[in-house]
Design a protein around this ligand. Structure first.
Ligand code: CTP
Ligand code: CA
Length: 222
């Protein structure tokens, strides 16, 4: 099966990529979710595979096709995503591009019915595991390079720097989702925060951005 993988700077490396949203059931017919097409995460998985990496793509529910040459693990909820990421370890690289729902409904039981009172039901929420923070934590299984994403609607550079420190990841890809066209669109404009500072990348196609990021990852392992 090795011969299937492209020769390249990431040959012999294992990368785990998370992508898409998670769906958190409210009841059997409803869910909470984030907006995410999975385009950026899937493009990164494909770009890493093209550089020779063995890629495990852990994807929430999306409508984009599976990238060729990538092992795709499909999940619905944040807890399933966390378990799939843990099961895929060890890895050299982790890229957490998924838009994980921060909260889930504490107890999702039978279908919630309107009770005729006109009063909406109260949903009791509880926090989901933070997959990026968990994989970034020091330990024998920690990938050498962990990359997080940050979607912000204001104070991009400031929030991104704080998020990188809080999560403990090595690099952080920050994008401003306040405008129109990024979420679900084909283009992205980002800041890349690394150990050596912050770079503003020109607006580009999500595929081009994925290739540029993969190339940088290749250089890191060179
Ligand atoms: N992330 C994760 N698991 C979560 C929440 C987020 O792995 N439960 C990851 C995302 O995949 C992304 C990064 O953490 O790589 C940042 O996600 P974001 O939602 O921007 O950050 P939060 O820490 O959830 O902060 P907030 O939503 O409050 O800004
Ligand atoms: Ca969040």
């Amino acid at each position: 099966i090795e011969a299937f993988f492209a020769d390249g700077p990431l040959k012999g490396r294992h990368a785990i990529v998370t992508s898409g949203p998670t769906h958190e059931p409210i009841d059997p017919v409803r869910y909470l979710a984030n907006r995410s097409s999975g385009k950026q995460g899937h493009a990164i998985a494909a770009a890493l595979a093209a550089l020779g990496a063995r890629v495990t793509l852990v994807s929430g529910p999306v409508n984009v096709p599976d990238p060729a040459g990538v092992n795709v693990v499909r999940v619905d909820t944040a807890r399933e995503m966390r378990d799939a990421v843990q099961a895929a370890l060890p890895a050299d690289i982790a890229v957490c591009a998924a838009a994980v729902a921060d909260w889930r409904v504490e107890e999702a039981g039978q279908k919630i019915k309107k009770d005729g009172s006109g009063q909406p039901p109260a949903l009791r929420l509880t926090e989901n595991p933070d997959i990026l923070a968990e994989i970034s934590a020091p330990g024998p299984q920690r990938p050498k390079l962990v990359i997080g994403f940050a979607a912000e609607t204001e104070k991009l550079a400031e929030h991104a720097a704080a998020k990188r420190a809080r999560k403990g990841c090595d690099w952080l890809v920050a994008n401003d989702v306040g405008g129109t066209g990024i979420m679900g669109g084909d283009e992205n404009e980002i800041l890349l925060l690394t150990e050596s500072g912050t770079e503003a990348w020109d607006k580009m196609d999500k595929t081009a951005l994925a290739q540029k990021l993969a190339a940088r990852i290749g250089e890191f392992f060179a």
